[in-house]
Ligand binder design. Structure first.
Ligand code: SF4
Length: 436
């Protein structure tokens, strides 16, 4: 039996794309092995959103070839999509595929065997209009699976390379998405996380045919599916229909990840984001008004070119006011090929580091404040398959993304249980299962 090994860098969508390729290989009779083992084929699914992603991708290519010099090494995803020549120059690369064409990966591997030089199958993604349908039937975790329903982005935020690597918006048809959700549920998954590069744009290119709300309405009907979570969505794309649906439907997690990026209107404009701070804050208020316990999390970028101390302070205050339940802080990293790479007034790395540390401290305080509100309350927890590594307790998440540890010896793994939240610890809550 031939062996294949994968290494994945980057975002949730990339993780999903790897799962899709694994499904193709295992259906064709390949054995999936760990990347640290000897394999016949190594596939590195790359990322180029940060410099680190590109460096790590190069490192893994070399590592694969060292493990088995005879192996076929294929490099796929965003990195070859934007810099094919750079990758073809790396010794040991046999095949490059971009962010389209992964569906043909098995055929391409056959062609490599016949070729005596590296093959380049990177397509021009700006021309691609159809969602590349590759079904998956498993995921890394056993309780929660991602369901990719969208690819591409047309927004061209000034710092972001994605529109160049992933092309225009393409949405998966509702029928295909529901079919895959049903398959995942029949394989035991209880929670589905809807994923896309620009999820809120789902259906936009198909005009009035369908949208995120109509997709969710269909997914809710799947009886054994317990929870549906949205991965990340732009605040401007959270419609009142979507808010109403989340408020009404128990299966929809009360959790929205709304990237803010910055709190200064000047910086938001320079970033080419399509909202200002007030519009964002109004949206948060509208959501909280209808769904009071909702977890709103966000991404913030510090050190965008031109960000002054005053801009940063405005961002800090806004984040504090909006009381996010968690935030991911990123330091701006220059990506060649994006407009912001040429902007003047690049911010020094020491300043970025300081701003990022300050926001991370704030993130800890806000997260703990949010957790505190749920002490004494009962919530459903989806218990994961593995016990928590630090405490050896059963662990899981509530729908509003609270990490809960449960001290119980009964076997509740992969079940949705009613838990009373009793105690607050550093970054989680301790709960007790209600057994009546
Ligand atoms: S919305 Fe902006 S940040 Fe998000 S993928 Fe599109 S261009 Fe990148």
């Amino acid at each position: 039996m031939k062996q294949v090994a994968f290494y994945t860098l980057g975002c949730k969508v990339n993780q999903y794309d790897t799962e899709a390729m694994i499904t193709l290989f295992t259906a064709a009779g390949y054995e999936l092995v760990d990347f640290a083992e000897k394999a016949d084929i190594y596939i590195i699914n790359t990322c180029t959103v940060t410099h680190q992603g590109a460096r790590k991708s190069r490192q893994m290519i070399r590592r694969a070839k060292r493990r088995n010099p005879q192996a076929i090494v294929a490099v796929v995803g965003c990195y070859p999509q934007v810099s094919p020549e750079e990758i073809l120059e790396i010794d040991g690369v046999d095949l490059i595929v971009g962010t389209e064409g992964r569906r043909e990966i098995l055929d391409l591997i056959k062609q490599v065997k016949r070729a005596d030089e590296p093959l380049n199958f990177v397509q021009d993604v700006s021309e691609v209009e159809e969602f590349e349908e590759i079904p998956i039937d498993k995921a890394e975790e056993r309780t929660r699976a991602s369901l990719k329903v969208q690819d591409g982005c047309d927004s061209f935020c000034a710092y972001c390379i994605i529109p160049y690597t992933r092309g225009s918006i393409r949405s998966r048809g509702i029928e295909d998405a529901v079919k895959e959700a049903k398959r995942l549920v029949s394989n035991g998954f209880k929670e589905i996380v809807l994923t896309g590069i620009h999820l809120g744009a789902y259906g936009r290119e198909r005009e009035e045919e369908f949208n995120l709300v109509t997709l969710l309405e269909e997914l809710i009907k799947i009886s054994d599916l317990k929870r549906i979570r949205l991965s990340s969505i732009e605040a401007t794309e959270v419609t009142s229909d979507l808010i109403d649906l989340i408020a009404e439907e128990e299966k929809l997690c009360r959790h929205l990840h709304l990237p803010l990026q910055n709190g200064s209107d000047k910086i938001l404009e320079a970033m080419n984001r399509d909202y200002n701070a007030k519009q964002y804050a109004d949206k948060v208020a509208e959501i909280r008004n209808k769904i009071p316990q909702i977890a709103i999390t966000t991404d913030v970028m510090v050190g965008f070119p031109g960000e002054t101390e005053e801009d940063f302070e405005t961002t800090y205050q806004l984040i504090k006011e909006l009381a996010f339940s968690d935030l991911h802080v990123f330091k701006y990293s220059k990506r060649e090929g994006t407009p912001a790479a040429k902007f003047p007034n690049q911010v020094h790395s020491k300043v970025k580091k300081k701003r990022s540390a300050k926001l991370r401290d704030l993130a800890d305080d806000l997260a703990s404040e949010y957790r505190k509100k749920f002490l004494g309350i009962e919530l459903d927890v989806l218990v994961e398959e593995e016990r928590d590594g630090r405490t050896d307790l059963l662990t899981g998440l509530t729908d509003n993304y609270l990490r809960v540890m449960i001290d119980d010896n009964d076997q509740y793994q992969e079940e949705l249980v009613d838990v009373k939240l009793k105690e607050l610890r550093e970054d989680y809550l301790i709960g007790e299962i209600k057994k009546d």
